[in-house]
Design a protein around this ligand. Structure first.
Ligand SMILES: Cc1cc2nc3c(=O)[nH]c(=O)nc-3n(C[C@H](O)[C@H](O)[C@H](O)COP(=O)(O)OP(=O)(O)OC[C@H]3O[C@@H](n4cnc5c(N)ncnc54)[C@H](O)[C@@H]3O)c2cc1C
Length: 513
């Protein structure tokens, strides 16, 4: 078999890249090792009628251009906005909700600080002003910073310095400069540590926060939502789009090796021995899996391999997925309330996160992890039969280790005990724990890192995945990277896939196949 381009991996970025290449009239094969496409953005029916998002669980970052170009709504995507987006139970009947309506949120905040209630609208405006610029940066390949400056100063005349700081600063001081209430700071700080093996006091975490607040749902900036049917609803719509554009999708098709002759790619060899020829191969797998596994027989410069090997990518996030038979009472009662459909955050103060982090460094796990609980069926009836409520708990820190299987059952119980401190009736009928080791096995993520590598300043933009490979092409002719390990990084954005496809199209115009 021979194609103009082969995409290794059917994560959402692989699907996006394949679709844009097919739109240009190229013949494209997409090869996915699992039985379903979607990578870390899938729904899986783990119990009869109960569908859970085993990887990503909420949507916001998917670029509107990708939604439009791939006609994802027409292909079945439907998103329910969470409102409140966040609910922070604080014990003793105290809580804080963050709504999409700024005024309503300020009113909530005024329970804790009048000054913060006045400051909050400015915080929302700060991010609103950055939205268009961020969208532009995400959907463009990295360029050298000097050539970027004129467009930055044009778009952001007022906040240029503050914006520049976002890339380097720590989230804790960024928030403490603006707010005084520990409750509000805790609610806002989660975004700065998601997927990251750092505490919020570490430089670079302000960018992780920015990455998570500059999205939108159904036109509402900064909002997050549940995809009908679970996150697989995104990748099912992408799969339909890709097929309708002529992409040939093969599942249960694990690539054993990317074939290279001289310094040019010639195709791929599947685990079953089949060879697919192509002068263009895009890998949606993370950079370490691509270079250290699939290119193991290629003659690569040892210094390149050293650089790839040293990409920081130790996963630290875990999940519990399952279902309940009654709604939990987090202080607002067992009857369905708006808070049940929000992300319920167990993160009572910043010190709590710092402790969780230092425990993980010294003990290999947080004794008291921070947790984000999402009960999708509170908004979306399609994910569980009536009377059952599917849930996902995302938490940190449980750093990747080869022996995580030995502790996972016990750790799952510890997590549930922590949830029950806030909602004593949180008693899942069934559940499954996914440690970083499980995420590696299930999704093919190197050391279970949810973003294909840390999103720290040394691994962003021109340095993602490594310097000299930040524009999707690699040092091997015809081989490209198109996954979250490239700019602009992790999350269900579609941006790396889009940018990588544009780079391939650009290169082919100069050197036709
Ligand atoms: C537990 C978890 C929670 C998350 N929560 C959120 C969230 O709520 N919202 C959000 O926006 N983001 C979230 N993320 C991050 C987000 O899901 C990922 O960053 C994103 O899905 C990465 O997409 P991708 O297409 O680049 O790569 P992936 O989704 O990793 O896809 C890569 C694909 O390549 C395949 N592959 C690998 N090796 C081979 C091979 N040899 N042959 C063939 N195929 C291969 C894999 O099976 C996989 O399908 C979460 C991730 C995880 C794991």
């Amino acid at each position: 078999m021979k194609f103009d381009a082969v995409v290794v991996g059917g994560g959402h970025n692989g699907l996006v890249a394949a679709s844009y290449l097919a739109m240009e009239g190229m013949s494209v094969a997409l090869l996915e090792r699992r039985e379903l496409v979607g990578g870390a953005c899938v729904s899986e029916e783990l119990w009869p009628g109960v569908r859970v998002s085993t990887g990503a669980y909420v949507l916001s970052l998917l670029r509107p251009k990708v939604i439009r170009d791939l006609r994802l709504y027409e292909n079945g995507l439907k998103v329910y906005m969470k409102d409140p987006g966040l609910f922070l139970p604080l014990g003793n009947a105290k809580s804080l909700s963050i709504w999409s309506d700024t005024e309503k949120t300020s009113k909530e905040i005024s329970k804790f600080s009048k000054k913060d209630a006045l400051e909050y609208p400015r915080w929302v405006k700060f991010w609103d002003q950055l939205y268009d610029l961020f969208d532009l940066l995400m959907l463009s390949p990295p360029v050298d910073v000097k050539s970027l400056l004129p467009s930055l100063s044009g778009l952001l005349s007022e906040n240029l310095e503050e914006f520049a700081q976002v890339f380097l600063k720590d989230a804790e001081s960024m928030l403490r400069e603006r707010f005084e209430s520990e409750e509000l700071i805790s609610a806002l700080i989660e975004d700065s540590v998601v997927g990251t093996f750092l505490p919020p006091s570490a430089p670079g975490t302000a960018y992780v926060l920015a990455h998570h607040v500059l999205g939108e749902v159904n036109g509402v900036k900064g909002a997050w939502g549940y995809v009908e049917g679970g996150m697989g609803g995104v990748t099912r719509a992408m799969e339909r789009a890709a097929r309708s554009m002529g992409v040939k999708i093969f599942t249960n098709a694990e690539v054993d090796e990317i074939l290279v002759k001289g310094n040019s790619v010639t195709g791929v060899k599947l685990r079953d021995g089949r060879i697919i020829e192509s002068k263009v191969v895009l890998s949606n797998a993370d950079p370490k899996t691509t270079f250290l596994k699939m290119l193991r027989n290629a003659e690569l410069d040892p210094s390149l391999l050293r650089r790839i090997s040293s990409i920081k990518s130790r996963g630290t996030s875990f999940k519990l997925v399952g279902y309940l038979e009654e709604l939990p009472d987090f202080g607002k009662g067992k009857h369905l309330s708006p808070e049940h459909s929000s992300s319920i955050l167990i993160m009572p103060e910043v010190k709590y996160v710092e402790r969780a982090y230092s425990d993980a460094v010294s003990l290999g796990k947080s004794r008291e992890p921070w947790l984000s609980i999402n009960i999708q069926s509170a908004l979306d009836p399609t994910v569980a039969p009536s009377g059952k409520f599917s849930f996902s708990i995302f938490g940190q820190y449980l750093p990747y280790a080869k022996d995580l299987d030995d502790i996972k059952d016990e750790y799952g119980e510890l997590v549930l005990d922590k949830v029950r401190e806030y909602a004593p009736n949180f008693k899942p009928a069934r559940y499954e724990v996914l440690t970083p080791l499980d995420l590696e096995r299930r999704f093919g993520l190197w050391e279970g890192h949810i973003f294909h590598g840390e999103m720290t300043p040394d691994q962003l933009y021109l340095f993602r995945p490594i310097p000299r490979m930040s524009r999707y092409s690699t040092l091997i002719n015809g081989l490209y990277l198109c996954g979250a390990g490239t700019h602009p990084g992790g999350g269900v954005t579609g941006a790396p896939g889009y940018n990588a496809a544009q780079q391939v199209i650009h290169d082919l115009k100069r050197q036709p196949l």
